[in-house]
Every structure is written in C-alpha cells, then in structure tokens.
Design a protein around this ligand. Structure first.
Ligand code: HEC
Length: 164
C-alpha cells in the first residue's frame, strides 16, 4: 500500500517535471551584440542620471557620478521640487519596481519610450542606439539574446521574455 502510493508520487513528480520542461522557451527578441552595444551607449548617456549599474539614485551622497557633476539642465530635471518625494531620486531600469511598470507593456512601447528619452536628453541619438539601449535594459531584466535583432516593430509582451 505504502509502496503503491510512493510509486504514484514518483509518477506525479515525473509528469510535473515533464510538463515544466516541455514549456515553450521565452522568445528572444534581440541579439547579444545589440545588448552589448546598448550597454556601451547607456554608459555614456542614461548612466549619468540612472548611474552606471542603472540601479538609479535614492539620494545618497556617495552615488556616482555625483549629481553635482551633471549639467545644470540634468540637475534641474532630477531635483525638480515638483517631483515631490522623488526629487533628487532616479528610478532603477531593472528589477521588480521597473518590471511592475513595464511587464504588461510591449517591447515596442519600451523602445518608443527609450528612443524618445534618448533623443530628448542627447539630441542626435539615432534609432539604432535607442534600440540597442532597449535591448540592454531587457537583458538586465532577465531576457535572453537570440539570433534576431530588436526593431521598432518588435512588439512582444515584456513579461514573456524573462526566462521561465
Ligand atoms: C537627466 C537625468 C536622466 C537621464 C539622462 C535619463 N533619465 Fe531616465 N529618468 C530620469 C528620472 C528623474 C526619471 C523618473 C521620472 C519621473 O519620476 O517622472 C526617469 C525615468 C525613466 C524611465 C521610467 C522608469 C519606470 O520605472 O517606469 C525609463 C524607462 C528611463 N528613465 C529610461 C532612460 C534611458 C533609457 C535613458 C538613456 C537614454 C535615460 N532614462 C536617461 C532621469 C534621467
């Protein structure tokens, strides 16, 4: 009796493992080279405010680069008193807080936003660079690279990209 129920438990465990491993792999919507180019571009741009790790700022004095080293325009944007409690802070571009804002949106919405931000803060940034930065942000949030480049028409739900 005990032996039978143990066998049943083993059988159930095996079928659960089978179902999990048979799951569709997460889609891959950018290449490794694209994400690497995006990392390099982000270090010269977004990193000024979001910091090189892109984890953002909470307003601690040791944060790099120091806020005081940024252009007057950038400092004004970050420290604007109209931002209330968030004045002096910059949100992270990866992790649970970022994902809570973006997981239900598509890669197209993120690419559009990133290209807009890049163009506004760094005039002359081309679309290719904006897409590369988007690829890097997706990678930081758990997406895996593949053989296809991210393009402006790629529209995949962001939460579906993180490895299962
Ligand atoms: C001048 C400083 C500054 C620069 C440069 C900057 N950001 Fe930001 N970013 C901010 C601040 C401040 C916020 C929060 C805005 C708010 O609270 O409305 C923000 C918000 C964001 C958000 C929304 C985050 C969320 O949780 O939804 C994204 C995405 C983003 N930035 C991407 C970028 C990218 C990509 C770059 C580089 C191309 C960049 N930012 C450059 C200051 C900056």
């Amino acid at each position: 009796m005990l032996k039978n129920s143990m066998l049943a438990a083993v059988a159930i465990t095996c079928s659960i493992v089978f179902v999990l491993s048979a799951e569709e792999p997460a889609p891959a919507v950018f290449t490794a080279a694209q994400a690497e180019a995006g990392r390099a571009a982000a270090m010269n741009t977004c990193a000024k405010c979001h910091t090189p790790s892109l984890e953002g700022r909470v307003g601690n004095p040791g944060e790099n680069p120091p806020l005081s080293s940024l252009s007057a325009e950038f400092q004004k944007f970050v420290s604007n008193p109209a931002r209330g409690q968030n004045a002096g802070k910059v949100p992270p571009l990866f992790g649970p807080v970022f994902m809570s804002h973006w997981e239900a949106k598509t890669t197209k919405e993120l690419s559009t936003s990133v290209c807009g931000t890049a163009g506004a803060f760094f005039p002359g940034t081309d679309e290719r660079t904006g897409l590369a930065i988007t690829a890097y942000i997706l990678q930081l949030n758990g997406a895996k690279p593949g053989s296809q480049e991210l393009s402006m028409s790629t529209a995949v739900e962001i939460r579906s990209l993180a490895a299962h």
